[in-house]
Design a protein around this ligand. Structure first.
Ligand SMILES: N[C@@H](CCC(=O)N[C@@H](CS)C(=O)NCC(=O)O)C(=O)O
Length: 256
């Protein structure tokens, strides 16, 4: 049995919420690899990455390197890896005897699906849940998240969906309609598979493509709240398809 992998996730609320770090938790849980989670507040992501030698994953608009979670440190190989795409590639190669999340020859296609999916839904999901995400965070992260996101969006978080998601305002209906249109496109891709009979994008087995989708779905559910009227509305999209996928992922929601 390998030594537990150290998985770095963003703190906040009672249950992990971050879509990108869920990509990694899902992969670790499905593969059944031993790991433990280190939760850090947003302002501590960069110092932690520097301390453990995790490479930046992008560049801020002012040119500074951008450090992000998820990151894993694998004591078995002494490697530290940032970015959920790099992490999946590493886990697939390093632990070939665990369930594969990337069918042979499909890695490039799944990595191309990510920006494709991002283009049709990234901003639309973000708009729906950015305020709820901010409210879900602990005070230090809340302050950091609001400051950095308002500076890049050049808006108050409250002004992204004026009146709030359940207000019925013109802005909120526009946000819901935009999300619906994006999810309709995603559903049409899923439905191409065996005329909609296969639950997942590539058939009956979960792949990293479905993890990318499920990571967004669990984020929405966690920050809106499973009992909220906003989640009720969300889960009715596309005949409940997204809730069904998330229900199938329930067994991978273990947090260690
Ligand atoms: N491409 C990266 C994106 C990760 C990412 O954007 N993480 C965000 C949280 S969801 C983050 O750590 N942001 C750090 C910050 O805003 O300072 C991945 O897939 O791992």
């Amino acid at each position: 049995m390998p030594e537990p992998i150290i998985f770095y996730d963003i703190a906040g609320g009672k249950f992990p919420w971050s879509p990108n770090t869920w990509n990694t938790r899902y992969a670790l849980n499905i593969k059944g690899l031993p790991y433990r989670t280190e939760f850090r507040e947003y302002p501590d992501i960069e110092p932690t990455c520097k301390e453990i030698g995790a490479a930046p994953t992008g560049t801020w608009s002012d040119g500074r390197p951008q450090y992000t979670f998820p990151v894993i440190h694998d004591p078995n190989t002494k490697l530290t890896i940032s970015d959920s795409d790099n992490i999946i590639e590493y886990l697939e190669k390093q632990y070939p005897d665990t369930p594969s999340l990337v069918p042979k020859g499909s890695l490039g296609l799944i990595l191309a699906f990510r920006p494709g999916f991002g283009n049709i839904l990234g901003d639309r999901i973000y708009n729906l849940v950015v305020l709820a995400t901010n409210q879900y965070l602990n005070p230090r992260s809340e302050e950091y998240f609001r400051r950095t996101r308002e500076s890049s969006l050049k808006k108050k978080l409250e002004d992204i969906v004026p009146g709030g998601l359940s207000s019925g305002s013109e802005g909120s209906e526009k946000a819901w309609k935009a999300a619906q249109a994006g999810f309709d496109t995603l559903a049409s891709w899923y439905d191409k598979n065996e005329e909609g009979k296969g639950l997942y994008l590539l058939g009956d087995s979960v792949t990293y493509a479905d993890i990318l989708v499920a990571g967004r779905l669990i984020w929405v559910r966690v920050v809106l709240g499973e009992k909220s009227k906003e989640w009720e509305r969300f889960k009715s999209l596309n005949g409940g398809k997204w809730e069904k996928i998330l229900n199938n992922f329930e067994k991978y929601h273990t947090v260690v």
